[in-house]
Design a binder for this molecule. Structure first.
Ligand SMILES: Cc1cc2nc3c(=O)[nH]c(=O)nc-3n(C[C@H](O)[C@H](O)[C@H](O)COP(=O)(O)OP(=O)(O)OC[C@H]3O[C@@H](n4cnc5c(N)ncnc54)[C@H](O)[C@@H]3O)c2cc1C
Length: 393
């Protein structure tokens, strides 16, 4: 029998070595000890307790790839260590747990690369330690795809900005202590957007929790800003030039999203293979029926090609040759692969896949958000098409 285990892909890939295996073992042990026994209860409660964030910080999960000076681990870390982190935290089968852990991964570079050094030095170590939570608040209720049209306004008033407006679908929105927030400080379009670090306990912020189809363990919120005063030194980068740094950050977020999809799909495939080996129909194991055997092989075909392309894009990041167009296409490939594999895994399990509380039922509910969050399929295909010059002849 071939190697269908969750880890098989790493053994077949030239990009992974001993340090990646060591990281995988330590993150796996953490997830098995600290998350797996509780994940069903967290899904039910719709929130992950704060102390899990601190445990993850203490175990080094939140600092991977960030500078030593703020408590992170940067030396010897490449993109594949970061993929391993995504992969192993996905093993608890809950996108909500992952989104709860890692919103800072997208927000933090804006703080440490573009923020006031004293501000970053005070706040960033708290986030890496898991004592504070940092979220990214870009999407506006008026529309998430058209970032350049966002309406949350920050008006300068002496040593402060005064922020008014709303954000929605914000992961960790209920728990976050700080929000890296996209605001309009200038005129219309992308040239009027700035990034501002807004403390969550500022007067004038209200939060409304959103109930969702999936990512149950991760909280998601709409934020309302009513004349919130934010010190002017909380501006991240130059005024009215916040748009490009946000866009640059999305590239790595999308590669990670692709890895999350392949990890979840490999879990689903493993479940389907196990089930097909044990379940007997028409007097023989389900997996020996040619139609089911082909289905399992076809799932693997989709997963492995997507994983290989994810690895290639991670490698290109390390070479400094990443391509926004290719990454956009990769994310679409990954979310569509995830949708296809989960559908087929559910078919193999039959009625059991429809029962609440089973892993396949939960993963099935995680499919839709991938195709929308962090750049929807339509927007990413169009972005790639434009960058590749299609339709311009
Ligand atoms: C669970 C969850 C967590 C999220 N977490 C965060 C977060 O932490 N921070 C944050 O800032 N945002 C977050 N988001 C928001 C997410 O990035 C947006 O949902 C996404 O960008 C799409 O925006 P929208 O939902 O407003 O859809 P819209 O922009 O209203 O688009 C609706 C649909 O129309 C399509 N569409 C729009 N314009 C076009 C066009 N020109 N041509 C063709 N099709 C088009 C889109 O692809 C989409 O399918 C999260 C979303 C979800 C669901």
């Amino acid at each position: 029998m071939g190697d269908n285990s969750f880890d098989a892909w790493r053994r077949h890939s030239p990009f992974y070595g001993e340090t990646h295996e060591a990281l995988s073992a330590s993150v796996r042990a953490f997830i098995q000890r600290e998350a797996l026994p509780h994940v069903d209860a967290w899904e039910e409660a719709g929130i992950v307790p704060r102390d899990f964030q601190e445990k993850a910080g203490a175990a080094g999960l939140l600092g991977l790839g960030f500078p030593e000076a703020i408590g992170g681990t940067e030396d010897g870390i490449d993109s594949f260590h970061k993929l391993v982190l995504v992969d192993e935290t996905a093993r608890c089968g809950s996108g909500g747990v992952q989104s709860g852990l890692f919103t800072h991964a997208v927000a933090m570079p804006l703080l440490i690369d573009h923020g006031d050094p004293a501000l970053a030095a005070r706040i960033a170590p708290e986030i890496i330690a898991g004592r504070k939570i940092l979220a990214i608040a870009v999407t506006a209720p008026s529309g998430g795809s058209d970032l350049a049209a966002l309406k949350t306004v920050a008006r300068r008033d002496g040593d402060n900005f005064v922020v008014s407006g709303s954000k929605t679908f914000i992961s960790n929105g209920m728990r976050a202590d700080y929000f890296v927030t996209a605001v309009r400080t200038g005129g219309a379009g992308m040239g009027g957007i700035s990034m501002l670090l807004i403390p969550g306990d500022s007067s004038g912020i209200a939060r409304t929790a959103l109930r969702k189809m999936g990512w149950h363990a991760g909280d998601t919120a709409t934020l309302h800003f009513d004349a919130v005063r934010v010190p002017a030194n909380h501006l991240l980068g130059e005024e009215n030039r916040g748009f490009r740094p946000i866009l640059r950050n999305f590239n790595w977020e999308r590669v990670q999203a692709a890895q999350q999809c392949t990890a979840f799909a490999r879990i689903a495939h493993e479940e389907a293979v196990d089930w097909a080996a044990q379940r007997v129909t028409f007097g023989q194991p389900l997996g020996t029926h040619p139609v089911i055997r082909s289905k399992l092989a076809d799932m693997k075909r989709h997963i492995d090609t997507t994983q290989a392309w994810t690895d290639l894009n991670a490698w290109r990041f390390d070479q400094g040759t990443e391509s926004a167009a290719e990454i956009a296409l990769l994310k679409v490939q990954a979310t569509q692969m995830f949708e296809k594999v989960l559908r087929e895994a559910a078919q193999v399990l039959g009625g059991a896949s429809f029962v609440k509380g089973t892993l396949i039922e939960r993963l099935y509910r995680e499919v839709r958000v991938g195709a929308i969050g962090g750049g929807s399929e339509e927007i990413l295909l169009d972005l790639a098409g434009r960058q590749l010059g299609y339709g311009t002849q």
